[in-house]
Design a protein around this ligand. Structure first.
Ligand SMILES: [Zn+2]
Length: 481
């Protein structure tokens, strides 16, 4: 697929000829071209196990038509993208990450969860809002370049209120669809005082965030405890459920990530597992997403199913920290909704969801010593529709269907490592690479075209991130853990 073939254009996108510096500015939703037609694509809608060659029309940011064959007409002033040689897929959903941590890739290596967390939390003493902005924007760029259109940012370090604002500003400037989960820590020997909050104080901060980000099309909010019970009191959990309900917020939490967390819940609270512990406070719920769930019992998987709680599976992070293997096959068999996440780059080293899909597939196969225990469609579904449902966005995106927002990606499969195509689901999970993603759009706005970012200046973001990294490392070097 040549660049020219991919973008046969009948007219210019609004603002296409803007200067490089002007590209840094926001594109208002009203300026997004009203109609785009994608032709000759291999469409993988993820509504069922199937694919077809066809076309898709986007009008005002939503999918207006999708069908097999060729379109009956090209509308006046319609932008046409010839996607011959490409797969059209719903944008991938990163259901759990911490974007700023790209500044901390490969800093604290070969550590298990608790000593690693001591450093991650301790870093709050020197993290500044500008680190969150520069790191989060670089993280968004990495995500977009690997086909991610929706990011759930699980925010947990707030030494100042501006840290959350700057992270959100980065997400919004990148154009990606964001779910910002502003979580709370109110206890913990390894949690620095500067980022510990009294519940009431944290709730006021969250209400301030909500009031200052009203009517944002691409932004949703959640709340939650960070890693119960090691950094949250039972009182906080009780009040969090009430606060979340009062504000119609979902809950995001790290749950049963390592055996050490389960030991704390057993020793300090007398519960067998973290999910059982959280159930006392009604934290498991249909609008809750639990990251990890590595060490959960059969009974706890039952609680997840009965309450409709979703799980974010983060296999690369779990392997990197030596946490263990989440019982994903058992969850899927019981009907628990599962999405995929990278987790932060401090425990994954990347934001690449293609890598995560392959790891998720292979890890279950080797764990069960059964090559057929999980199929690639199920893995791809976790990375798309499963993630969208986990974040309460199943009516908005996650599949290619008329009426949903146009959060879509085009993946070039006319490449050496992708050809010949036999089983498209297996090949998207096991052969395709992040670098095969050619085009990324959110809400119909093309954010990356022919691997060139359209809204933001990638070189400038890299430069800024390097400066922020140097400053952060100087500050970190003054710390003792
Ligand atoms: Zn995490």
């Amino acid at each position: 697929m040549t660049n020219e073939a991919l973008f046969t254009r009948h007219s210019l996108v609004e603002g296409e000829n803007r200067s490089p510096s002007a590209r840094k500015s926001f594109t208002p939703e009203s300026l997004i071209m009203s109609s785009t037609l994608i032709t000759n694509a291999l469409i993988v809608p993820m509504t069922e196990r199937g694919s077809f060659n066809g076309y898709l029309r986007i009008e005002n940011g939503a999918i207006a038509a999708v069908d097999s064959g060729t379109p009956p007409e090209v509308l006046p002033d319609e932008q046409v993208i010839d996607a011959a040689g490409a797969v059209l897929l719903p944008g991938l959903v990163n259901a759990h990450t911490h974007l700023y941590q790209v500044l901390l890739r490969a800093v604290w290596e070969d550590l298990e969860l608790m000593p690693w967390l001591r450093r991650i939390y301790g870093c709050a003493r020197v993290l500044r809002p500008e680190h969150f902005y520069a790191g989060s924007l670089l993280g968004c760029v990495e995500a977009l370049r690997s086909g991610v259109t929706i990011i759930c940012e699980h925010n947990f370090l707030n030494p100042s209120s501006d840290c959350a604002f700057e992270t959100i500003r980065a997400i919004e400037n990148s154009g990606v669809r964001g779910v910002f989960a502003r979580t709370i820590m109110d206890r913990g020997e390894i949690v620095p005082d500067c980022t510990k909050e009294k519940p009431e104080q944290a709730f006021r901060q969250i209400e301030n965030l909500l009031s200052q980000h009203q009517n944002r099309h691409r932004l949703r909010f959640m709340t939650g405890p960070n890693t119960p019970p090691i950094n949250t009191t039972p009182e906080l959990l009780r009040e969090l459920r009430r606060f979340a309900d009062d504000h119609s917020l979902g809950i995001s939490a790290h749950v049963a990530e390592s055996k050490s967390v389960v030991q704390v819940v057993q020793n300090q609270h007398g519960n067998n597992g973290v999910v059982e512990f959280l159930a006392q406070f009604d934290i498991p719920a249909a609008n809750s997403i639990f990251a990890h769930c590595v060490h959960v019992s059969e009974k706890e998987i039952g609680i997840l199913r009965e309450t409709g709680t979703s799980v974010s599976h983060n296999p690369v992070s779990n392997m990197m920290l030596g946490d263990g293997i989440a019982p994903i096959v058992e969850m899927l068999r019981q009907g628990v909704n599962v999405g995929l996440g990278t987790d932060g780059a401090a425990s994954n080293h990347s934001q690449d969801l293609f890598e995560t899909m392959k790891a998720a597939s292979l890890l279950q196969k080797v764990h069960h010593q059964d090559a057929g225990v999980i199929d690639p469609f199920s893995v791809l579904r976790m990375a798309t529709a499963g993630g969208a449902k986990a974040l309460g966005l199943e009516s908005v995106c996650g599949t290619v269907e008329v009426g949903k927002r146009a959060d879509l990606i085009l993946i070039d499969v006319d490449t050496v490592h992708n050809q010949p195509v036999n089983d498209i689901f297996s090949q998207l999970v096991h052969c395709a690479k992040a670098s095969d993603v050619q085009t990324v759009m959110v809400n119909g706005e093309i954010l990356m075209r022919d691997r060139q970012l359209q809204r933001i200046d990638e070189r400038q973001i890299l430069t800024d991130a390097k400066l922020a990294h140097r400053d952060l490392m100087e500050r970190v070097s003054q710390l003792s853990f």
